[in-house]
Design a binder for this molecule. Structure first.
Ligand code: ADP
Length: 224
């Protein structure tokens, strides 16, 4: 099972990504976590990216793409599955990540979109700020991250919809409810994914499943 997650900050990518990884016994590759780990360890890379994270801006593509390539190579060696969380965030990253995965024979089976509105996301992120101390969970930086998501990340959903691999889940509910729906959706796809001769039918099946959950997401232009 190879899943990539596209979701705004606060939608629960980290929580649900960890759940999917544990359920399918596959690595959880979270670019934000990897970057924060470098910052915490004060590596050269951490020092180079800290200001971007603090401001809620995207770090340069090459840095996250190199990390992703390394992680996908490791995932391939570990059995071939993965949950990617945090990349792609732009159309350019979507294309680059697709090329990397394609070269390695590791393209995603499912693009999982978690939907929630900005008011709820802001509420969650401010609540998290009181517990954890992420440098980017301040009102101003949260607003910047949400604006960036709508501007450059949300438009790439159309690309996955056109590829027939987009599944949308309503993430406004409590985390365990969202998690149950995600696992049910992924489990329902497993026989299709595990059966090579069924691959041809994949786009139709997965789109139908996404729509069955009542989520369609924005249908903006189709790049590339
Ligand atoms: P969130 O989705 O809540 O913003 P993440 O942990 O996914 O949290 O990302 C935190 C920060 O890490 C981002 O604001 C950005 O600075 C950096 N980052 C993570 N992934 C990427 C990426 N694919 N491209 C550029 N920057 C990234």
């Amino acid at each position: 099972m190879r899943v990539l997650m596209i979701a705004p900050p606060g939608a629960g990518k980290g929580t649900q990504g960890a759940l999917i990884a544990a359920h399918f016994n596959i690595p959880h590759i979270a670019t934000g976590e990897l970057l924060r780990d470098h910052v915490a360890r004060r590596t050269a890379l951490g020092q180079a990216v800290q200001a971007y994270l603090d401001r809620g801006e995207l770090v340069p593509d090459q840095i996250v793409l190199d990390m992703t390539r390394e992680a996908i190579i490791a995932a391939k060696a570990a059995g071939g599955g993965y949950v990617l969380d945090g990349i792609p965030r732009t159309m350019a990253q979507a294309r680059a990540a697709y090329e990397i995965a394609s070269e390695l024979g590791m393209t995603a089976d499912v693009a999982l979109h978690l939907q929630a509105d900005d008011a709820e996301l802001t509420r969650r992120l401010l609540a998290r700020a009181a517990l954890e101390h992420r440098s980017d969970d301040t009102a101003q930086v949260i607003a910047q991250r949400l604006a960036l998501y709508h501007e450059v990340t949300a438009p790439i959903l159309a690309w996955y919809r056109d590829r027939g691999i987009l599944v949308c889940v309503d993430a406004m509910r409590a985390a365990p409810d969202v998690g149950r729906e995600i696992l049910a959706a992924l489990e329902a796809m497993r026989p299709v994914l595990d059966h090579p001769s069924a691959q041809e039918r994949l786009p139709l099946d997965l789109t139908g499943l996404g729509e069955a959950f009542g989520a369609t997401g924005p249908a903006t232009g189709t790049p590339g």
